[in-house]
Write a protein that binds this ligand. Structure first.
Ligand code: NAD
Length: 295
């Protein structure tokens, strides 16, 4: 049993993952402050409220138990930063951009409690580089905690630590994730995209490459890479839409920029057609249009 006591948590970012991680924490009985940017002037909690409304729809599968949603409190960085001081665990889940994450860390770090753990849900940015944006006293309580989508159902969590992280912080967090959230934790090295996305993005890029080379349709490739090979829920393009095409592109960029000694490095490029969809704002399920269109 974990020695760690998480009486209250905060999640920074109410996007695809942040909202669901908050829901998963709430499902486990942990009250959560869910932060995001203001939607627009005069609407400071708009993004979070929209995310909560999405969770209430409980589709395509229940991501939160309905009663537990009341345990999530909307928050924004302009009005509620000091409340971070009452949180034992802060999980950052904003967009996969090193510059945006480090900028946010500068803003929130002074408000994080002296014993609290800060963890990033990054898919594969260097956790060591992220740590450099934090004051020294917080670095020993910082790590990567990579949940998979959807976090309510995906058991795997990758725990990634820069050298400064205290071993007891990692041990405690690992046993808390296991005992309270039911996760299967693996420790991954701080390499580009860690383990699962290093392999997963590679296979996705291979499927995308062959789609074009063989002139296949997206649904044909999904039929081939999904149920027919025993992966009913992980067909290539449906997964890309669930992940978010912009997030997928950032994850590919991490490989291109960081895995320069990889024998397949030349292959790590965002396909032109994928970039075109992103440029048009077709980002996947979150915008109701991606590779597929959701009516
Ligand atoms: P998303 O695009 O759905 O949401 C990102 C959120 O970040 C938005 O709500 C946005 O308002 C906020 N944001 C954007 N710019 C910001 C800034 N400058 N400062 C503060 N907030 C900002 O992204 P997501 O898919 O939820 O991904 C979040 C993190 O989780 C990323 O690091 C991503 O790599 C990781 N991740 C994603 C998945 C997935 O399947 N989508 C899976 C595992 C991990």
């Amino acid at each position: 049993m974990s020695k760690l006591q998480i009486k209250r948590a905060a999640v920074l970012g109410a996007g695809v993952m942040g909202a669901q991680i908050a829901a998963h924490l709430a499902n486990a009985g942990v009250p959560v402050l869910l932060y995001d940017l203001a939607a627009r002037e005069g609407d400071p909690n708009g993004i979070v409220l929209k995310a909560l409304a999405g969770l209430r729809k409980l589709e395509p599968a229940p991501l939160a138990s309905p009663a537990s949603l009341d345990w999530i409190t909307p928050a924004n960085y302009d009005q509620h930063l000091e409340q971070l001081g009452g949180c034992d665990l802060v999980i950052e889940a904003i967009a996969e951009r090193l510059d945006w994450k480090t900028e946010l860390y500068h803003r929130v770090a002074p408000h994080i409690g002296d014993q609290a753990i800060l963890a990033s849900n990054t898919s594969g940015l260097s956790v060591g580089v992220l740590a450099q944006a934090l004051p020294e006293k917080l670095r020993s309580r910082f790590c990567g905690v990579h949940f998979f989508n959807p976090p309510r159902y995906m058991k795997l969590v990758e725990l990634v630590a820069p050298p400064e992280t205290r071993p007891d912080v990692l041990d405690d967090l690992e046993s808390w994730l296991t005992s309270h959230l039911g996760k299967g934790v693996i420790r991954a090295l701080d390499t580009p995209n860690f383990i699962a996305n290093r392999v997963g993005v590679f296979s996705m890029l291979a499927a995308m490459h062959h789609t074009v080379r063989l002139g296949l349709g997206f649904d044909e490739v999904d039929a081939l890479t999904g149920p027919l090979i025993g992966r009913p829920k992980s067909a290539t393009y449906r997964t890309a839409d669930v992940v978010g095409l912009d997030t997928l592109a950032h994850v590919i960029d991490t490989l291109r920029d960081g895995a320069t000694d990889d024998p397949w490095h030349a292959f790590f490029e965002v396909p032109g057609w994928l970039q075109q969809l992103i440029d048009q704002g077709a980002l996947g399920q979150k915008t109701r249009r991606g590779v597929y269109r959701k009516e």
